[in-house]
Ligand binder design. Sequence first.
Ligand SMILES: C[S@@+](CC[C@H](N)C(=O)[O-])C[C@H]1O[C@@H](n2cnc3c(N)ncnc32)[C@H](O)[C@@H]1O
Length: 219
Amino acid sequence: MSGCCGPSGYDDLFGPGFSRHLARRYRKRGLDRTATRMVAFLVEQGIEGASVLEIGGGVGDVQIELLRRGAARTTNLELVDSYEADAAALAAEAGMADRVTRRRLDLATDPSAVEPHDLVVLHRVVCCYPDYQRLLGVAASHATRALVYSHPRANAVSRLLFGTQNLFFRLRRSGFRAFVHDPAAMTGAAESTGLRAAFRHRGAAWHVVGLTAPAAGAP
Ligand SMILES: C[S@@+](CC[C@H](N)C(=O)[O-])C[C@H]1O[C@@H](n2cnc3c(N)ncnc32)[C@H](O)[C@@H]1O
């Protein structure tokens, strides 16, 4: 781990070019299918007036859609600042700029830096972080009502693909690595603070896991 913000190599991969790509794709096509499922899960939990914490939210497209559906405010945590211009433009276009807070912070290593929120989101993030147990455990401890995360399907094909990508990163002397973490162990980490898995979607490439807090008074 280095500096304030996680392992090295993130700036190389998630730079301004990647940010422009995400912003262009969102303007043209809206959310991707996996993110759409994640938003639907959170909407089912009831998001009117909710606070949303998104870890690794990129240009903030998921947050804009949650705000459109009734969330009150969002906080985005990122390891890099390359998304900021595109995120600000998208939030302004949606008329949501004053309801979005963006911080450069690794919550996994600085858990007390942010207060708990009603809903916590990690889309395509756990696979970019080595210590998934810590990241998901801290994310769960910040979710008072629900947590939803996506992760790559774990099979021989994804492991080969990620292994090849990591070889490429190594050859380029980038410190970044992508991970196919064990799905059951990820759920275990996310359940470590009392949330329980309530929703699973197993897509061809990406899986979604949604967890909820036990209802008040429930055993
Ligand atoms: C593949 S991108 C996904 C961006 C966005 N969620 C999307 O799906 O378009 C992964 C992002 O997660 C961020 N990230 C990884 N670990 C993080 C952490 N511990 N805290 C905050 N951001 C993190 C990286 O900086 C990167 O921008």
